[in-house]
Design a protein around this ligand. Sequence first.
Ligand code: URA
Length: 191
Amino acid sequence: MMCSSWNDLKAQCLTCKKCGLCTTRNNVVFGVGNVNSEVLLIGEGPGENEDLQGEPFVGRAGQLLDKMLNYIDLDRTKNIYITNIVKCRPPENRDPSIEEQGACIAWLRNQVFLIKPKIIVCLGRIAAMKILKPDIKITKEHGVFYEKNGILLMATLHPAALLRNPHNKPGAFEDFLNLQEKIKQICANTY
Ligand code: URA
């Protein structure tokens, strides 16, 4: 059953015990941004800083993400919403397991149902595999737009991966410029 109230959905999610990550978390990281956005960004899962602060992408990777977003006039305080595939931190920042992703995905589906974004950007391989296609090769297919149920989907490299491999930054930057073009084409002129 989809929840039709954002506040009720959030309240339920904050007490979630559907998987083992609830035993090690400090905070459920539900998401941040404007719920009326036409652009939704989806990462993998909270890291240490996110778990402590209860907000996605607030560490070093998040600072890089904000910089790239701001360059194309996107801002988590204004015109986008940002969340993750799993809402609780996997210990030691390991990849969330298939079971943990499966347990958590209903929250994201309900968020998508309520936000009704026109464009979804998957940040990194884990989100791209879950949302776009299980066999995606992100190094080859980043920046490509796919259409699914009336929503445009695109994957780009994870900002944490860009910190590890800065030579990939220009490619990711190009994805964001493509995103900006797409937004100009299909989103309201508030962008
Ligand atoms: N990496 C993610 O995928 N999500 C966050 O919220 C932070 C880091």
